[in-house]
Ligand binder design. Structure first.
Ligand SMILES: [Zn+2]
Length: 395
């Protein structure tokens, strides 16, 4: 696509610019302002930053709404000594841009924002309203942005492309995720006379072993891989290290496949029925997290992120396949994302037809080799534009 190659230099500059602006979750304002500026330059309309901090730009006034969405927050850089380059420079070497968020997912943000530039050049289909969305807080609460966009902004797209890295494959689903807490209670006392108290750590020990055992019992799903469960954290309320703790909590990460089709209640029951949990009279719950919106109001989110998938015969996936074939003259690869994305919101919770497509190989996400090939940025841009035109022109 000629229009895309002509934008190559702008695309590279913009990607490097937004890599150079650190944007940890909950601290995205600066990078959001920079992206807003680019949207204004390209000529998006109705650009606004919502109460949560998500940036939305619009092109076209048709009936059918297509949103391409990506999150701007990144994980931290960790130990700087492990990096071979400055993570906030957007260094280019052999056609690859390096830096924190290059892969996950500032490269994608650049491609999706520039989709508007192509649509302006070659003409926006009359029936289409295109939304470019740069969202916040994904790395801590995936899908939360869609809860906000749909419930508070009252925007409900007819189709969503999640622009997370997919190595230019069409992603049609992912496992879901739920956070769980298990808490045991005891009686605190001085650890010089432990028999006078009741140690909450000893009470939770058999439960931990049970969870480990449970992980071996899930049936393998040929498409989505294995459901799984892991204890990922443990903390006590011991007043100091010479005290018997009166309560202990473990944090559990549970990954769900669509075939399990479990509700919050099912997931809780599965744990509450364990003999060790009953014996210890432990409390099992799904935590609720609180976050502050830009205006300072408090919101709550339940840590339940449902799995989702699209039937590959669905018109949306078929249109994606066709757009890929027309653009690149070859068959696309279809696959299932191994990690979690904002798709848990738009498709998992609200059932909006969704698929994923993005530049970069996810194996570099969150690593010190965070990177995205320039060629991928252009190809993603070409795919988004070609999809928007095809989908926007469907009668
Ligand atoms: Zn991501």
């Amino acid at each position: 696509m000629k229009a895309a190659s002509e934008l190559k230099n702008d695309l590279i500059l913009f990607t490097r610019d937004i890599i150079a602006i650190p944007s940890l979750s909950n601290n995205e304002e600066a990078v959001i302002q920079r992206i807003k500026q680019e949207m204004e330059r390209i000529g998006y309309e109705n650009i606004f930053i919502d109460g949560m901090g998500n940036l939305i730009g619009q092109l076209g006034h048709g009936e059918r709404i297509l949103a391409i969405e990506g999150h701007v927050d990144t994980v931290d850089v960790g130990n700087l000594e492990k990096w071979n380059f400055d993570p906030y420079k957007g260094i280019i070497k052999n056609g690859i841009i390096y830096g924190r968020g290059a892969c996950d997912m500032k490269g994608s943000i650049a491609s999706l924002v520039y989709t508007g530039a192509i649509l302006k050049k070659i003409g926006i289909p009359r029936g289409l309203k295109f939304l470019a969305i740069a969202s916040v807080m994904e790395e801590i609460y995936e899908g939360l942005n869609w809860q906000y966009i749909i419930k508070e902004n009252k925007i409900s797209p007819d189709a969503v492309i999640i622009a997370e890295p997919s190595n230019l494959k069409i992603a049609y689903g992912q496992r879901g995720r739920v956070d769980l807490k298990i808490q045991t209670s005891g009686v605190s006392c001085h650890s010089a006379s432990p028999e006078q108290g009741e140690n909450a750590i000893y009470k939770i020990a058999p439960i931990i072993l049970d969870i480990e055992e449970m992980n071996t019992t899930f049936p393998i799903d040929s498409t989505f891989g294995k459901p799984c469960i892991s204890v990922t954290d443990i903390y006590s309320t011991a007043v100091n290290q010479n005290a018997i703790p009166d309560s202990v909590t473990i944090h559990i990460d549970r990954r769900l496949t669509p075939q399990e089709s479990k509700t919050e209640e099912d997931v809780l029951k599965e744990i509450r029925y364990l003999k060790t949990v009953k014996t210890a009279n432990a409390t099992v719950y799904i935590p609720e997290y609180e976050y502050k919106s830009r205006s300072g109001s408090n919101h709550q989110i339940k840590a339940f992120y449902p799995s989702w998938y699209m039937d590959t015969s669905h018109p949306l996936i078929q249109t994606a396949i066709k757009a890929y074939q027309l653009q690149f003259n070859e068959e696309p690869e279809l696959y299932i994302w191994p990690f979690s994305t904002n798709g848990v919101g738009c498709k998992g919770l609200f059932n909006i037809p969704t698929f994923g497509f993005g530049p970069g190989n996810e194996k570099y996400a969150h690593t010190e080799e965070d990177q995205v090939p320039i060629e991928h940025l252009i190809k993603a841009l070409e795919f988004y534009a070609s999809f928007a035109i095809l989908w926007g022109n469907i009668p």
